[in-house]
Design a protein around this ligand. Structure first.
Ligand code: P6P
Length: 351
């Protein structure tokens, strides 16, 4: 007996392709849409598939690279994050959907070459975050943020890129780990897709992700402890003990790869922190290609993202590589963290 699917829920059917999911969602949510954002995302997924394939070879190439041979795979020997950056630019610039791009790897915005049409969106991305971990085969990821252009000139401008995170129309990431998983939101739920290499498609594996209201995991580089301010030290000391709003200690989990730490906490619950410290007074992570897209995802999954005193998505970007402290994850855990920076720490009763 063929399973009869409730059409309304077809877009939640495990195994549905990303292509079908995004087309159905677009039709359901904005029937008048011309499919520009859908097409943009499909081209981004092609780039992700190529990056996934190359990251799997990277370890092999590193071995080959040790022979010093400069064979066809020499192309792969170049820094993998530069490779990923190039793949994304080449696969997106011709689509006619973008007016400009910005990459963590480039000091300035990336214009669309004159030979291509200009579109109504911008793409800001971190092509391969955590790539210093690739030699140890640790999960790494691509993070992306899409905004609607606001300028009206012939080409996109920095103004189109320097928009608040709350204006994003779409954001997400691809994590290259034991599997390659793409997580995205357009503001209507957060959905995860797993790449099936035998099909060459991202298939729905995590429909409607909701992050737990409170977790049992905290993720921070404790090697920075003596560079933190007092509220940050007090917060981490509390999470490590039972002297916190939960009355029980948290487990420490820190991979040192933002997308991997974020993805685990998104699914299991918990809090990730990269606070400001005496060495990085504005924090280490970048607002536009990292904090904003992950904040957009976490908020649409029921969580929060803050600097400790300000909602990430409300921050007015001052420059392309604007850095911010980032505290992100389960709602109650982030609220508890914020209470330390307000000077009135929430107690067990959350009072
Ligand atoms: P630290 C990787 O270099 C990265 O940009 C993020 O992926 C990660 O969360 C952070 O830096 C790790 O930084 O100082 O703890 O090594």
């Amino acid at each position: 007996m063929a399973q009869t699917l409730n059409d309304h829920d077809n877009h939640r059917r495990i195994g549905i392709s990303f292509t079908e999911h995004i087309a159905e969602s677009q039709h359901r949510l904005s029937p008048a849409a011309r499919g520009e954002l859908t097409s943009l995302l499909l081209h981004l997924m092609i780039a992700a598939k190529i990056i996934s394939r190359e990251t799997r070879k990277a370890a092999l190439v590193d071995v080959l690279g040790l022979t010093g041979r400069t064979n066809i795979q020499g192309e792969l020997v170049q820094k993998l994050d530069e490779y990923a950056d190039d793949i994304i630019i080449r696969n997106l610039r011709f689509t006619g959907h973008l007016c400009a791009m910005a990459s963590e790897e480039h000091e300035d915005i990336i214009p669309i070459p004159e030979r291509y049409a200009i579109g109504n969106y911008t793409l800001t991305f971190d092509p391969l975050d955590g790539s210093s971990n690739i030699d140890a085969d640790v999960s790494i990821g691509t993070i992306f943020s899409i905004q609607r252009r606001i300028s009206d000139g012939a080409t996109g401008t920095l103004q189109d890129i320097l928009q608040r995170g709350k204006n994003q129309v779409c954001a997400g990431y691809i994590i290259y780990g034991p599997g390659t998983i793409m997580v995205y939101t357009t503001g209507h739920g957060v959905h995860g897709f797993t790449l099936d290499p035998s099909v060459g498609e991202f298939l729905l594996s995590h429909p409607d992700i909701r992050t737990p209201d409170e977790g049992r995991i905290y993720s921070v580089n404790e090697g920075n402890y003596y560079r933190w301010d007092e509220p940050t030290r007090a917060l981490i000391d509390a999470l490590k003990s039972d002297r916190n709003y939960r009355g029980q200690s948290y487990s420490a989990r820190y991979i040192g790869s933002l997308v991997a730490d974020f993805h685990r906490n998104l699914l299991y619950g918990g809090i990730f922190l990269y606070p400001a410290d005496s060495k990085s007074p504005s924090g280490k992570l970048r607002l536009l290609p990292e904090a904003n897209p992950l904040a957009f995802v976490i908020e649409h999954a029921g969580g929060l993202a803050t600097t400790g005193t300000q909602r990430i998505l409300d921050i007015e970007p001052r420059r392309l590589h604007h850095r911010v402290p980032l505290i992100i994850g389960s709602r109650k855990d982030v609220e508890y963290a914020e209470s330390h920076y307000r000077g009135r720490v929430l107690d067990n009763a959350g009072g």
